[in-house]
Design a protein around this ligand. Structure first.
Ligand code: IDP
Ligand code: MG
Length: 138
């Protein structure tokens, strides 16, 4: 079990001014911020990040959306980080997310769902490496 996960605060949540509230919820839930930056992904970078979904019907919508405005990318550390963070963010579709979860509070829709969270330890490493060098982690 690795103790890091990777997250992005997605464009609509950044645009709405919810960055601080979401980071507060993340830190007060016991996650430590190891690395963080605000970045505008090109379509190409967004497409590469989500390439595992390239056969899904929503892929081009997802790539357009994730490159439509700046995101906050971060590596988070906690015991059981991947599973605990998935619990904190809630279901992909906010109409199915439990009250108190980040997506319940801040997501607009199944596509514009406020935050990303890695789904496995392997993907947490891949996604963290996609956005950050070792020198950017503290
Ligand atoms: P997850 O983010 O909860 O892990 P995934 O199934 O991995 O959900 O999908 C990745 C992202 O693709 C979602 O967070 C959401 O932004 C988008 N997405 C997933 N399903 C749909 C859909 O049915 N319509 C539009 N966008 C979707
Ligand atoms: Mg996923």
């Amino acid at each position: 079990m690795s103790n890091i996960t990777f997250t992005m605060i997605k464009p609509e949540a950044v645009e709405a001014g919810n960055t601080g509230a979401i980071l507060n919820k993340i830190e007060s839930s016991g996650f430590r911020i190891v690395a963080m930056k605000k970045v505008l992904l090109t379509k190409e970078r967004a497409g590469e990040f989500y390439s595992v979904h390239k056969e899904r019907p929503f892929y081009s919508e997802l790539v357009d959306y994730m490159s439509s405005g700046p995101i906050i990318a971060a590596i988070l550390e906690k015991d059981n980080a991947v599973a605990d963070f998935r619990e904190l963010i809630g279901a992909t579709d906010p109409s199915e997310a439990k009250p108190g979860t980040i997506r319940y509070e801040y997501a607009e829709s199944k596509g514009k769902n406020a935050v990303h969270g890695s789904d496995s330890d392997d993907n947490a490493q891949i996604e963290a490496n996609f956005h950050f060098s070792q020198e950017e982690r503290f």
